[in-house]
Design a protein around this ligand. Structure first.
Ligand code: SAM
Length: 275
């Protein structure tokens, strides 16, 4: 049964799928004509491990753009997301671009995915704005470990937990803490119309419940399930966030104004399931 937090988040996401599909940020037309939806970070760090026939599970795949980009690179992909609207769009897009033979999409809350999906994968992938929707990373780590083949790769690229603690009114020279880094299980409640892809979009389901997860909280459950940490990278740039203290640079990435190399805004990690 869905708890109230999950219900609110699901209603919010279901409503935002249509807005995102039509947004400049997601640029679905660009994807249709061959553009990769992946950032340089995951292209450079995970790309070399994805070959023709690599089996890849994408957790919280939204409407499947990144999932299908990995399919274009040769992977046989499965995308999972709790939003029925997102999964319907992902399937339609896979059909439209001729990738449905190598792409399966499954609707499920991430923590109960093992109830509805079978198999083990060479790669489990998840990225950008996924962890804040999860109350507890212990069951999430169960899912990651469960679906990885021995020797398989887990890869995560995500907004840095530090930036998620900053107050919206922070300025480049006065970055102010607005939210806790250690949340002790209680969610932050937001009530915001629109979306990061279209702040002016008229939306009705605007309440969300979110959790900041620090590095230890993210990595330790995976280590305890037998994954080995291969690398953890922190970057002073990001994308897709709309804080006023960020500016878009020539390479299209966002950095803190006047402090381009000084603060962590995103991170990535790669882990291997040893046995
Ligand atoms: C920011 S998006 C994912 C980002 C993705 N990289 C993108 O931009 O296309 C977050 C996704 O998590 C999904 N989600 C949130 N909570 C979830 C849950 N408990 N189980 C499964 N999916 C969830 C949402 O439906 C949404 O598609």
């Amino acid at each position: 049964m869905l708890d109230d937090y999950l219900k609110a988040n699901l209603a919010n996401w279901d409503e935002r799928v249509g807005v995102h599909v039509g947004s400049d940020l997601y640029d679905v037309d660009g994807f249709r004509s061959g553009r990769s939806s992946l950032t340089r970070v995951e292209q450079d760090e995970l790309g070399p491990l994805v070959h023709e026939g690599t089996s890849l599970l994408h957790l919280q795949c939204h409407f499947g753009l990144d999932t299908l980009t990995w399919a274009r690179a040769g992977a046989v992909v499965t995308g999972a997301d709790f939003s029925g609207a997102a999964i319907a769009q992902a399937r339609a897009l896979a059909d439209e671009v001729g990738l449905s033979a190598r792409a399966t999409f499954v609707q499920s809350d991430v923590t109960s995915l093992a109830d509805v999906l079978e198999g083990r994968f060479d790669v489990v992938f998840t990225s950008w704005g996924v962890l804040i929707w999860l109350q507890d990373l212990e069951p999430w780590a169960d899912v990651v470990a469960h679906f990885l083949k021995p020797g398989g790769t887990f890869y995560l690229a995500e907004f840095h937990p530090n930036v998620l603690t900053l107050a919206e009114d922070s300025t480049p020279d006065r970055l102010r803490v607005g939210y806790p880094y250690f949340q002790h299980g209680e969610p932050l409640r937001f009530d915001e119309p629109g979306t990061y892809a279209d702040p002016g979009a008229r939306t009705r389901n605007n309440v969300t419940y979110e959790w900041v997860h620090g590095f230890a909280e993210t990595i330790d459950p995976l280590l305890r399930r037998g994954l080995r940490l291969d690398f953890l990278h922190e970057f002073p740039f990001t994308h897709g966030l709309s804080f006023p203290f960020l500016e878009k640079c020539e390479d299209g990435l966002l950095r803190v104004k006047g402090h381009h190399d000084d603060f962590p805004l995103s991170f990535s990690l790669k882990m291997t399931r040893e046995t």
